[in-house]
Design a protein around this ligand. Structure first.
Ligand SMILES: [Zn+2]
Ligand SMILES: [Zn+2]
Length: 264
């Protein structure tokens, strides 16, 4: 069976500061999902938990109470609406979500590469493609050492232009150490985490960099990882990224239904 294009497990509502778009309501997100025959739609607003000290100025207002303003999510008998979050990871054991709040979310997206947040997520001494590639793998390794409810955890945007905005993201992907990357993907597969195919990262011209864009996904697949689709939409038009781009990416990766991450 083909890999189903019937879900979007990472998207933002108007509650995320980088959206603030009144048109990006939970109901509008559900309406889009329903129109495309989805079975599952997750809303994952940016989150820094009020129980965790050290929020940046940008994150501070985006706490648990804030993202819960979307609750209760609109219900539908065709689309399962899931309340999630996209938290933050600063390295070591510094996650932007406290274990006391794990049960408040049905899906937890962890970004390993929000490296545009200099001197918060990325020390600015990491300033070359080689150093960024090393930092990225280390962050994945550190995330894999956390004690998380793994079966409802997604590793966000494995490729993402934010990894090195002032440099060459494609070069970074090529430089990532294969043995270390394979080992950490094997661990995510064993733990049961999902690996995100973030279609925002594939827009507009992934085919011009196909080998670099797909390298990490191919390695993850070989190590047994399961995958889910995500628009990472902040505005209604971006919800179209899943139906628009996912079929081509899924085909290029040779994914089938057996490769799909299932949220219990
Ligand atoms: Zn992100
Ligand atoms: Zn996001």
């Amino acid at each position: 069976m083909p890999f189903p294009i019937d879900h979007d497990m990472h998207c933002h509502s108007c509650l995320s500061s980088c959206s603030s778009d009144p048109a990006q309501s939970a109901q509008a997100i559900l309406d889009h999902a329903k129109a495309h025959g989805y079975t599952l739609q997750c809303i994952t607003d940016h989150l820094w938990d009020n129980l965790v000290p050290g929020a940046s100025g940008w994150y501070a207002p985006q706490d648990v109470e804030h993202v819960k303003k979307n609750l209760p999510l609109p219900k539908d008998d065709q689309v399962r609406m899931v309340f999630g979050c996209e938290t933050e990871f600063l390295g070591g054991s510094r996650l932007g979500l406290d274990p006391r709040h794990y049960d408040d979310f049905d899906f937890i997206v962890i970004p390993p590469n929000h490296f545009h947040m200099k001197n918060f997520v990325r020390p600015d001494t990491y300033d070359t493609e080689e150093k960024i590639a090393d930092l990225f793998v280390r962050r994945l390794e550190e995330i894999s050492n956390l004690d998380l409810p793994w079966r409802k955890v997604g590793i966000a945007h494995m490729v993402c232009g934010l990894i090195f905005k002032e440099g060459d993201q494609y070069r970074v992907y090529e430089l990532i150490d294969e043995a270390r990357f394979r080992a950490v993907m094997r661990k995510f597969a064993r733990l049961g985490a999902g690996i995100e195919i973030n279609l925002s990262s594939f827009w507009p011209d992934w085919k011009a960099h196909e080998d670099a864009m797909l390298r990490l996904y191919r390695l993850a697949k070989e190590e047994g990882c399961k995958f889910y689709l995500a628009s990472d939409a902040h505005h209604p038009r971006e919800l179209e990224l899943v139906p628009g781009l996912a079929p081509g990416v899924v085909e290029a990766l040779g994914l089938t239904e057996a490769d799909r991450f299932i949220l219990e």
